[in-house]
Design a protein around this ligand. Structure first.
Ligand SMILES: C[S@@+](CC[C@H](N)C(=O)[O-])C[C@H]1O[C@@H](n2cnc3c(N)ncnc32)[C@H](O)[C@@H]1O
Length: 149
């Protein structure tokens, strides 16, 4: 798996935090996991994860230099993924870092040019599983599609 999706230094910016962030992210992950397990068998057409304060996707604990996955990457890598993801942040640098990280996940960003391999498989009527499952998009704050706001 790419370093972009692991709790390690991948060279992109990470949000600096105190030790307390470990507890926060533990509960964010638990909430996502409980939600996914209990909701996935219901007859919702879509299950959408919206993170309006997404940050760059990773945190670093100030005193220990430990890297942690932030809320967007926890949600993207949950066992039963959401059908769609929308991420926003005030800082363009955070959006750029998150976009780079998200691009390594199996959930495609429809704003990025489609790799040739996927275009070819799509024309053969052979949609990759992740593309059928949903999409991940990241936007500068306030630039969400109108269907969301
Ligand atoms: C605590 S961090 C987010 C951490 C992230 N949710 C996580 O758990 O990994 C808060 C983020 O909100 C962003 N932010 C602050 N004010 C904002 C605003 N008015 N609109 C959008 N984003 C904002 C900051 O740039 C920062 O990246």
């Amino acid at each position: 798996m790419s370093d972009y999706l692991l709790p390690v230094n991948d060279g992109l910016p990470a949000r600096e935090s105190g030790e307390w962030v470990k507890e926060k992210l533990y509960y964010v992950k638990r909430y996502i996991d409980v939600f996914e397990v209990t909701m996935r068998d219901r007859s919702w057409r879509r299950r959408i994860f919206i993170d309006l304060f997404s940050g760059p996707g990773k945190c670093i604990v100030r005193d220990t230099n430990e890297f942690l996955l932030g809320s967007p990457l926890l949600a993207l890598q949950t066992q039963y993924p959401f059908t769609d993801y929308y991420f926003g942040d005030l800082e363009q640098e955070n959006i750029d870092s998150l976009t780079r990280r998200v691009s390594e996940s199996s959930i495609p960003n429809p704003d990025e040019p489609e790799p040739k391999r996927e275009r070819e498989s799509r024309t053969r009527g052979d949609l990759p599983e992740a593309r059928e499952r949903g999409k991940a998009r990241s936007f500068p704050n306030g630039d969400f599609p109108s269907c969301i706001l």
